[in-house]
Design a protein around this ligand. Structure first.
Ligand code: GLN
Ligand code: ZN
Length: 767
């Protein structure tokens, strides 16, 4: 009975790789220093897995930046603008593609399926000259072998590689990426032959695109690719690994029909129907790599339940052909629970990070082989039972309130145009009202104060005083700039270039949340996030933001926006419970935020912004599941504010402009005003309205890009607003930057906002 791990986190238990990369990029250390840290990480991971007893240990799952970029390097598919002249690709070219350099911007990055990992999108056109330009896969295989570990080298499969690519500039509309298959397969052949020569007996191709909605043309590409590789692969055991969702019946049929393939890796955590497919038809003599240990979450596996699933599978595929595995690469979970010093023992007993999951996989494999570690299994069963019955998990009142929401609808009583009228009477805003998204620049002084307060080095009184002073500065500045609807600047919330803060700030004040010290997960390159863990029913013991918002409101006669993170964003940026459906957890958070919204209203806050930066991110992979997700996500948002008066203005903010496909859901959120990122693609966003979608609520498509230090001129901003006015009604348009200002400096923010207000004023005189 054997065990296998699909892939492992690269950052290291304490983000060693992050620090080594950043120090190298800052020229504070050498390439050799970086390579040394990387080699040490790899060898400790291989050793850890082999000590745990794992039979099929992956190699080439390490990466200095991204595994898709590694494949691009392997294939020599460097876009010409990076000036690469052939030969083995080194750090220079590699990191230029990843991060850009002084003269050329980086390649595009996008989300890896529905995870928060981002990969570098290959740019391919008809003229790419593929060549074998990075021997990393073979080098890593040899490196592990020299350490005494015979690994399974992992490559991104050729079809997934192409399906995840985008056509190069100029050929966007006309080019078929799959037409490149005959050009990249010869390189794959070279790599496979070298791996064979180096002694590999297994090889793993990750083909996760097999779980997407694929037409028959795309499915045929898999058949064609592995037909072509069959002769080269002979003599090797070949594993095709899929993950993140069920396979459709057609995709499954394609998979088990692939030539030269001996093993199939399936995600049995997310794939509820996959099990039935396997039971109904599994080819004789092939291996099933059964992904029963969840790579997407931090919960300890329910070993008894997995064991019985595996027993069922064993009856179908045969004892010798069943391999216990993870549902996907462990890249998407935290690294090692041993470094968590702040979690209590009870919560810890419910959790398993990557290092613990490796042990679980092996324990299951041994149990199947008749060597069950009784003590380990019974400790696990006790932890499962304690999680089920713990009073920290269940809050009857919350359960009841959330259950009561199901099936019913929650909307404000009056329609949006009547509400906007009522609000206007109260707020008395000019046309083209100006506002900002929430955060203002974070000074070093501010960061020091917050750090010292957290470390108990300064008193709460001193902390409050410092934050109040900061709010006063931000309020005064906005009055001076003559902005219409003010913000308090989020000095108590924001950490520059973190997204954790938007969720952490609220999670820390809600019950049902726990926080880790080292539970980092790679987001892209050296960037990691540390999602909170939602372990129990969520409730709000006391107001969270009312003190700061009302303090800020008391400093000005202008409307001050209350600032909250929405339930869907809190959900999507956390590790969530697996003992109840996502929507139930989301409803609970929505009820907690509803309490806060209503308390803000009572405290005299007339404008409340509820950020839903991550609503789109949660969209399921399969189209058939979109409608259900959008329904409960949008419903959750409406729950938060269905109880306010007509005169209270609800804003929301979203950090993306590609929302054309979900525009009807966004309208259905029924916010009074939405501010959205837009500055990088005016046209795309506006086209939706040009095509006749009716939008009656207030809308503020960002008029300048805050992601760049560049200061936009008044003319330029006025020009942009004019473009929007051509499509949108004058009385619904708002003028605002496209996101929060926390990553910028005051020297950039002041003139930019000044020009923004000037542009709004200029246009008001012309309307
Ligand atoms: N209110 C938040 C801010 O301004 C919104 C940030 C975001 O959308 N990511 O920082
Ligand atoms: Zn934003």
């Amino acid at each position: 009975m054997a065990s296998h791990i699909v892939g492992y986190p690269r950052m290291g238990p304490k983000r060693e790789l992050k620090f080594a990369l950043e120090s190298f990029w800052d020229k504070k250390s050498s390439a050799e220093d970086l390579q040394k840290v990387a080699a040490d990480l790899r060898s400790s991971i291989w050793k850890q897995m082999s000590d745990a007893g794992i039979k099929y240990i992956p190699s080439n799952t390490f990466s200095y930046y991204d595994q898709v970029l590694d494949a691009t390097s392997m294939l020599g598919a460097v876009p010409p603008r990076y000036g690469w002249n052939g030969g083995e690709i080194g750090f220079d070219t590699y990191f230029s593609m990843a991060r850009g350099n002084a003269s050329v911007p980086a390649m595009e990055m996008t989300k890896w399926f529905d995870t928060n990992y981002h990969f570098i999108v290959p740019e391919l056109g008809p003229d790419v000259n593929f060549s074998y330009a990075s021997h990393k896969a073979v080098d890593e295989y040899k490196e592990a072998k020299a350490l005494g570990v015979n690994t399974v080298p992992v490559l991104i499969g050729p079809v997934s590689y192409l399906l995840l690519s985008k056509p190069a500039k100029g050929v966007e509309k006309t080019f078929s990426l799959l037409s490149l298959l005959p050009k990249i397969l010869p390189i794959y052949k070279e790599v496979i032959s070298e791996l064979k020569a180096a002694g590999a007996s297994w090889i793993q191709f990750d083909e996760p695109t097999l779980v997407l909605d694929l037409d028959s043309h795309k499915l045929q590409a898999f058949t064609a690719a592995y037909d072509y590789l069959e002769s080269t692969l002979s003599g090797l055991n070949v594993l095709i690994e899929t993950y993140f969702a069920d396979l459709t019946a057609e995709a499954y049929k394609t998979l088990i029909g692939l030539k030269g393939v001996t093993a199939y890796g399936l995600d049995l955590v997310r794939g509820a129907q996959t099990l039935d497919l396997v039971k109904s038809n599994f080819p004789k003599g092939k291996y099933l790599f059964a992904g029963v240990v969840d790579g997407r979450n931090i919960w300890a596996n329910d070993l008894a339940a997995s064991f019985s699933t595996l027993k069922e599978l064993e009856a179908v595929v045969g004892k010798e052909n069943l391999v216990v595995s993870t549902s996907c690469s462990l890249l998407h979970t935290a690294v090692d629970l041993v470094n968590e010093t702040k979690l209590d023992d009870e919560i810890k007993s419910w959790l398993a990070f990557a290092a613990q999951k490796v042990v679980e996989v092996n324990a299951l494999a041994k149990a199947l082989a008749g060597q069950k570690d009784e003590a380990f299994f019974s400790a696990n069963a006790a932890a499962q039972a304690s999680r089920k019955s713990s009073p920290r998990v269940t809050n009857e009142a919350v359960q009841k309130a959330a259950a009561a929401l199901k099936g019913s609808d929650h909307r404000r009583a009056t329609n949006v145009s009547a509400r906007l009228d009522a609000q206007q009477k109260k707020l008395n805003l000019p046309i083209l009202p100006t506002t900002t998204i929430g955060s203002f620049p974070q000074t070093l002084e501010l960061r020091r104060v917050r750090r010292e307060f957290k470390a108990n080095k300064i008193s709460e009184d001193d902390y409050i005083k410092a934050i109040k002073e900061e709010i006063k500065k931000v309020v005064d500045l906005q009055e001076e700039l003559d902005i219409d609807v003010l913000v308090h600047g989020e000095p108590e919330v924001s950490v520059p270039s973190h997204r954790n803060d938007m969720v952490e700030y609220f999670g820390e004040q809600l019950s049902g949340f726990a926080f880790t010290v080292n539970g980092w997960v790679q987001s892209y390159g050296s960037r990691c996030v540390k999602p909170p863990i939602i372990y129990g029913d969520v409730s709000r013991p006391k107001p969270m933001t009312v003190f700061w918002s009302s303090t800020a409101q008391s400093m000005t006669a202008r409307p001050m926006k209350g600032m909250l993170t929405g339930p869907v964003t809190i959900l999507n940026w956390s590790f969530v419970r697996n003992d109840q459906p996502r929507f139930e957890t989301c409803y609970q958070i929505a009820l907690a935020i509803k309490d806060e919204v209503e308390d803000l209203e009572k405290a005299g806050i007339n404008v409340i912004q509820i950020d839903e930066a991550a609503l789109r991110e949660g969209l399921p992979l399969r189209k058939s599941e979109h409608a259900f997700y959008l329904k409960w996500a949008v419903h959750s948002f409406r729950i938060t504010n269905c109880g306010v008066q007509d005169t209270t203005q609800i804003h929301t903010h979203m950090c993306y402009s590609n929302f054309n496909d979900i525009i009807h859901s966004i309208i259905d959120m029924d916010a009074d005003v939405i501010t959205i990122e837009n500055s990088r693609s005016d046209e795309k966003l506006l086209s939706v309205f040009r095509e006749g979608v009716k939008y009656g609520a207030g809308i503020g498509p960002g008029v300048y890009d805050i992601h760049s230090p560049r200061i936009p001129s008044t003319e330029e901003i006025a020009d942009r607003i004019n473009k929007m006015l051509a499509v949108l009604e004058t009385n619904i348009l708002w003028v605002n930057p496209d996101c929060g200002l926390k990553t910028r400096k005051y020297a950039e923010v002041k003139p930019a906002l000044n020009n923004m207000v000037a542009a709004a004023k200029l246009l008001r005189t012309q309307l």
